[in-house]
Each structure stands twice: as C-alpha cells, then as structure tokens.
Ligand binder design. Sequence first.
Ligand code: NDP
Ligand code: HSE
Length: 401
Amino acid sequence: MVNIAILGYGTVGSGVFEIINTNQEIVNFKAGKELKIKYVLDLRDFPGTPVENLLVRDMDTIVNDPEVEVVVEAMGGVEPAYTYVKSALLAGKSVCTSNKELVAKHGAELIKIAKDHNRNFLFEASVGGGIPIIRPLNQHITADRICEITGILNGTTNYILTKMDKEGLDFDTVLKEAQALGYAEKDPTADVEGFDACRKIAILASLANGKSVDFEDIYTEGISKISDTDFKYAEKMGRSIKLLGKCKLEDDGIVVSVSPRLLAPSHPLFHVSDVVNGVLIRGNVVGDLVFIGSGAGKLPTASAVVSDVVDAVRHLNVPTTIQWEAEKLEVLDFSKSKKQFFVRVAGQNKEQIENAFGEVTYVDAGIQDELGFITRSMSENSYEDAASKVEGVITRIRIEA
Ligand code: NDP
Ligand code: HSE
C-alpha cells in the first residue's frame, strides 16, 4: 500500500480525492499497488464529507510521517506551496502538482532536489489541464529539435472568446461563468491578462530546450481588449481569435510570446473551442503533432494529477529523467519578430494609413466610422513606428501565419 497526502481540497484536490476513490480498481491496477489517501491538508473544515477525518492543518504532520510516500500539491500560488513541496521532497516523498506558478518559478530546482533524493517531482497537470503534454514532451518527443510550440493554453480565456464569438455574450458574464465552473484562477487577472498562459509556455519552452526560460522575459498580452467588433472583422476574414502561447525557434534563438492571434481555418487550432486547450508541437523530424483536450476543470485536471501519482508509485525510488536545468535560456527580443497585423483605425483617412504602412488590404465588416486593414509582414518595432504616424488606432491583432 502507498499512502498519499493531498495539499488543498479545492477544485483540483477534491477531484484527485474523487478519482482515487471512484476509479480505485483501475488506478490501483495501473499503479501496481493500493493507493490510500492518509491526509488532506486545507485551511477549511469539510464537515459531513469523506475527508472530514483525514484533515490536518499542519504540514509537519505530513512531512514527519514516514508512511506518506507521495504528496499531491493542489493549493496554488508560490507560497507556501514552494516551502511545503520542498520540505516534502527533502523528506523523501515524491510530489505531483498542478501548480504552474510554482513549476514556472521553481521547476528546475524542485526537479533537482527530487532527483538528488531518488524521488520524483511531476507536473503533468500544470499545462493543458487533462491533456498529456508534459510527459510526451519529456519522454516521447526526444529525437527532435523542437522548432515550434504553439498552444491555446488557457481554458478560461478560450471559453470566454468562444462564448463572445458564438453566443455574443459579454466578457464579464462569461468570466463569471468560467469562475463558477472552476476554470479560472483565484485571481482571474492571471487568466485574462495572459499571465497563466505565459507560465505555461515558459514551462513548455524550458522542457523543449532543457534550460530555464524565465516567464518574466516573455512578451505577454491578454484578451481584455478584444471586443465584439473584433469578432465581426474576424468573421469577415474567415478567421477565429485565440490566445496563443508561442515558442518558436528562429535563426538566432527562440522567440516566446503570449498574445491574441487571428487564425485561419487551415490552422490545426482553429476549431479548438470552449474550455478545450490545444498544443501544436513542430519537430524537425517528426513534423507536426497536435494535442487537444480539456484544459481546465476538476476531473480532467485531476485525471492528469492522478496519472502522475500512478507514475510516482511505479517509480517510488527511481527518479524519472526530466531534462530541465536551472541555467537560464535567453530569449530573443520579441520586438524584432515579424508578422502581419490586423489594425482598426477610427475615421476614414486611407491616405494617412497608406503613407504610414505602405500597401494594406482593407477589410469591410460594415462598421461605421472606422477602417480595418491587414498590413504586410513587418516587425513589432516597425508596426509601432507606423502606428505612431496614424491618428485614432483603436486596436491591432496579430495574424498567425
Ligand atoms: P482552489 O482555490 O479551488 O483550491 C485550492 C485549495 O487549497 C483551497 O481549498 C484552499 O483553501 C486551499 N489552500 C490554499 N492555501 C492553503 C494553505 N496555505 N494551506 C492549506 N490549504 C490551502 O484552486 P484549484 O483547485 O482550482 O487550483 C489548485 C491549483 O491547480 C492552482 O495552482 C491552479 O492554478 C491549478 N490548476 C487548476 C485548474 C482548474 O481547472 N481549476 C486546472 C489546472 C491547474 P481556501 O479556499 O480556504 O483558500
Ligand atoms: N485557470 C486555468 C485555465 C486553469 O483556465 O486554463 C488550468 O490551468
């Protein structure tokens, strides 16, 4: 038998408890051992629930109990999660977490501590919710140079964009729905402003390159400025608007970014809607691989955490190899990367637009008193320079090639 402790009995933690109990037979079979949840650590009481008698308040109870071999961290945030996870690893327990903030900030260090103690630090649920993406990237796509990772990495924002687009609902109403469904972060600004997707692309970029990509170096723009008018133009162009995390290998290094993009129907992620996430991995020999599935929510996320628990139990004294060193990987300056832009400008001054941007393609979505157009491929810097010469720029959205 293997004893497990769960830190945090919220959306994900309660899902882990539920799956280990309801799917007991299959999970135990896959793990090769019987799993028993010995403790649940939380700040609240849960009277009348199955965890009532398992609740503890003090992490020391878990750290000092040699019977606990696997710890699930599902509290969120960097502290005290970091301190608790580190102390569990140092005490010889494997840790499985869904906490991307923790992994993006301390992943390399925690992997090393686990390895030094012949234990595992696993984080499948930290990116893409229920989609297996960390393990494939780490264990299966090992013969390739990863040329590109492009992902819809945040379920909340994809849910919001889909509902705004298809049902014409307003931003705030849909955000409340996403919160009620357990998709959003405690502070949903992390979802809406792209910080959550930024941490996730930092994790994927670090795993793909074996060195640490600092999430603070990543250009990050969220979806708070996307409006219903933008969707009207997108429809006219036959495109969808998605928040994409991107890590692309260029001649001199990698460019990493998070921003809303206009996708053509031919793009593999064009149809990825609602809370679903999708990740395109382009390897130099395997070609394109696409992973699609539930990106947030109690059971899909907990499924990924429990798969880590099974892996940890299968490898109780054997660290699985994760190539992610603490050494920093410098990313290229995003402002030099090139792409086309869709731009909306108040008024009807085509001459001013063309003087600034050169040849453009206008998009007529029947919106009064403004012009929408697509630029040629240009760098971010050149775009800023041209846009500064035009009065009344309302917004711009990057076009995904
Ligand atoms: P919740 O807020 O639903 O659950 C967190 C739980 O941990 C709460 O019960 C909270 O108690 C408890 N907790 C917080 N701090 C402490 C502490 N210091 N000591 C003991 N208990 C504590 O969050 P989620 O389950 O949604 O998310 C957990 C983690 O998983 C986060 O890192 C999140 O980003 C990640 N994640 C979430 C997904 C989702 O769909 N929800 C998907 C993928 C990853 P209290 O409520 O009293 O604060
Ligand atoms: N808030 C996150 C999202 C949870 O919406 O994608 C999953 O990481």
